[in-house]
Ligand binder design. Structure first.
Ligand code: ACM
Length: 672
């Protein structure tokens, strides 16, 4: 007994305090400092909250907090609105109203005792960040609900923590944006990067140039009033909204309305396909700058944020190369190449935006020696531009490897640090790295699926931007993420709920269980493969199995871990039996799935995947049985199975089976 106690004490001591606390508290982003005590603040009808009177934003947020608390607990609060009681047991104190600007103070301190909650912050924005931590802290015991007593001191690692939402490729309605803004606030993101124009649509009304939406939007755009509504909504959450108008490339929709600004004459039409397109503004014409001056003036007044994104990415130069006047202009002005011509263009835009009090932001293509270092570089093609920018004194932030549209697993993004380990930067240079942005490009999403592409992965990315760098345990992150994902439903986010609806549609309202089992081990193909395998347009349905499937197929991840554990411990019968049980389950799933698929033609394309899962399961079972006898497989059979497994690695209906490698690893046990 004594020995055991010593052992436990030793364990407690050896593990860092924060590691133990993380196991207990499902917080995300994990705070800078958590001191967990062993008391409880009971949450009952008497819970009542007082907040500093001067902040309207905080009052709105705190009343929402009380509603969320009541909704979760079912409690009829005696004081369901803030500042109703003379004897508050929860107090939110702030020093001043925060500005929704870069580098605003978002720190907070949360003290919870048995009888009192005290949330202190310099600004109301810090208080909002603290309220979210408090809501994540809510616990349950046999008596009901409580907050654990603790002291939390927290502030962000980076000031720029963003999510780009592309509303050009597929239009995203306002209510979807609002619920995603709520989700962003819940995990302490503070910038919505609003990608408003691209080849496939110009999405904001211009009173100066009404043709932009008349001809370039299919009627899907936000009016000024609607933009103000979004900005106001975001402001109340302490979230900045940075607009992006992508020029000189990615501008087909704009040129559909104003073809006279193009580098080549053409009957431009809104682009319906995906990829890098030729249409490009003509940087040698005065009228191009007149147009952009007026447009940016109007948009600078509408969008209040100090930062204004001009895109600048993926200008392939084809139109510039083909236009003899542009070539002549370059010669006459000693402009040696297209990159320098774009530098010329960007310098003009910088003057315009400076005139309107804005700071210019652009994708890393705009990083050119001719540009002064008061611009901001968003690094997406790699880390090089980020590191170079920081070295040369440009502010910069990272999006490379935060491309959530590419369907990579959460841990991949989670371990991608805004300050790359090999960056070799001085402390002074590191300060130029402002943070990062996840990017929700919208070629392959609809209003129905966008939430499941953003969440829950973006919560883990948000932790990377907010929490100390050494909070990086992947297994622990996944454990917390599952709970946080569930909490995010509180904002009407539909990443979990829409899955069920999609299954019903896919099965034509027949049984969904066998399809659910299949989808739990498959993922959409990664990177840009989806469009390469089968070209899509703006009108392609986004209701297929690939759209219901998500990154991080959970059953596959768990199975792969099980197999990995078993392979390092082959005498462990419990592990082996678990594998056998799972494989039998998948093997048998196929029969039922076939019955369902027969009744729903939209599923025909995925039948071979179910068949593959069944066959792989049989292979796994045979291997395990053979290995029990300590026998090996004869070479011929081994090779034919090996070949089959290689075939199964190929995508079916643009999805991948995520357990193939584990079966291959099992097969190797019986290799002669
Ligand atoms: C980009 O992904 N073209 C910035």
């Amino acid at each position: 007994m004594k020995k055991q106690i010593i052992y436990i004490l030793l364990l407690l001591f050896v593990n860092s305090v924060s590691a133990i606390e993380i196991k207990e508290l499902k917080l995300m982003p994990y705070p800078k400092s958590v001191n967990l005590l062993d008391g409880k603040f009971k949450v009952d009808e008497n819970f009542n909250l007082e907040v500093s009177q001067n902040s309207e934003r905080l009052k709105i947020y705190s009343n929402k907090f009380l509603m969320r608390l009541a909704n979760r607990t079912g409690l009829f609060l005696n004081n369901p609105f803030v500042n109703e009681s003379k004897n508050p047991n929860a107090i939110i104190d702030i020093q001043r109203i925060g500005l929704v600007k870069l580098n605003e103070d978002e720190s907070y301190e949360l003290n919870i005792s048995d009888i009192k909650i005290h949330l202190k912050a310099n600004t109301d924005i810090g208080a909002i960040r603290g309220i979210e931590t408090l809501l994540q802290l809510l616990q349950i015991d046999e008596n009901g609900y409580y907050f654990p007593t603790c002291k939390i001191i927290d502030s962000p690692r980076f000031p720029w923590r963003g999510l780009l939402i592309d509303v050009s490729r597929h239009f995203i309605p306002i209510e979807v944006l609002k619920r995603n803004l709520d989700g962003m606030a819940a995990i302490k993101l503070n910038v919505m990067h609003f990608h408003l124009s691209d080849d496939q649509g110009f999405r904001v009304e211009s009173k100066t140039f009404p043709k932009l939406t008349e001809l370039g939007s299919d009627g899907n755009f936000y009016t000024h009033e609607q933009i103000k509504e979004i900005l106001n909504y975001a402001n109340n959450l302490g979230i900045r909204v940075m607009p992006e108008f992508d020029v000189p490339g990615h501008s087909t929709a704009l040129l559909t309305a104003y073809p006279e600004l193009a580098s080549l004459p053409f009957n431009y039409k809104i682009e319906r396909k995906w990829g890098v397109m030729d249409p490009t503004l003509n940087p040698t014409l005065d009228k191009t700058y007149d147009f952009l001056d007026k447009l940016f003036k109007e948009m600078s007044e509408l969008f209040v944020d100090e930062y204004f994104h001009i895109g600048g990415d993926e200008n392939n130069g084809n139109q510039w190369n083909a236009n003899l006047d542009i070539q002549k202009f370059m010669k006459e002005n000693n402009i040696p190449d297209n990159s320098s011509l774009q530098g010329y263009f960007n310098n003009k835009l910088l003057k315009i935006l400076t005139k309107y009090g804005k700071k210019l932001v652009g994708w890393d293509e705009i990083f050119h020696p001719s540009m002064p270092n008061n611009i901001v570089i968003q690094s997406w093609r790699g880390k090089e531009a980020l590191i170079e920018s920081a070295k040369k004194g440009y502010q910069t932030f990272l999006s490379n490897d935060y491309y959530i549209d590419l369907i990579q697993p959460t841990d991949f993004h989670y371990l991608n640090d805004p300050i790359p380990a090999d960056a070799n930067l001085t402390e002074e240079q590191k300060k130029f790295i402002l943070g990062g942005e996840a990017t929700m490009w919208a070629e392959m999403i609809s209003a129905e699926t966008i939430d499941s592409r953003i969440w829950p992965r973006t919560a883990a990315i948000a932790e990377r931007f907010w929490s100390p760098q050494n909070i990086n345990d992947v297994e622990n992150m996944y454990k917390r993420l599952e709970y946080i994902s569930y909490l995010l439903e509180e904002h009407d986010l539909q990443h979990i709920k829409n899955f069920e609806r999609m299954l019903r549609r896919l099965t034509n309202n027949n049984e969904t269980e066998s399809l659910r089992n299949l989808i739990s081990v498959i993922e959409p193909v990664k990177f840009y493969q989806r469009n390469n395998l089968r070209e899509q347009t703006q009108q392609t349905p986004l209701t297929r199995v690939i759209d219901a499937a998500t990154a991080d197929a959970k059953a596959a991840r768990e199975f792969n871990q099980l197999v990995e554990n078993y392979l390092s411990e082959k005498n462990n019968l419990e592990l082996k039996n678990k594998i056998i049980q799972q494989l039998n389950f998948w093997k048998n799933n196929h029969t039922e799935f076939l019955e369902t698929a027969k009744k729903s033609p939209i599923l025909f394309e995925i039948i071979p995947m179910s068949e593959n899962l069944c066959k792989l399961s049989k292979i796994g079972l045979e291997v395990l049985e053979l290995s029990s006898t300590k026998k090996k497989m004869n070479n011929e059979l081994f090779n034919s199975i090996f070949e089959f497994i290689q075939k199964v690695k190929l995508p079916v209906a643009q999805t991948e089976l995520m357990i193939v490698n584990s079966i291959e690893n099992l097969l190797n046990i019986v290799k002669e």
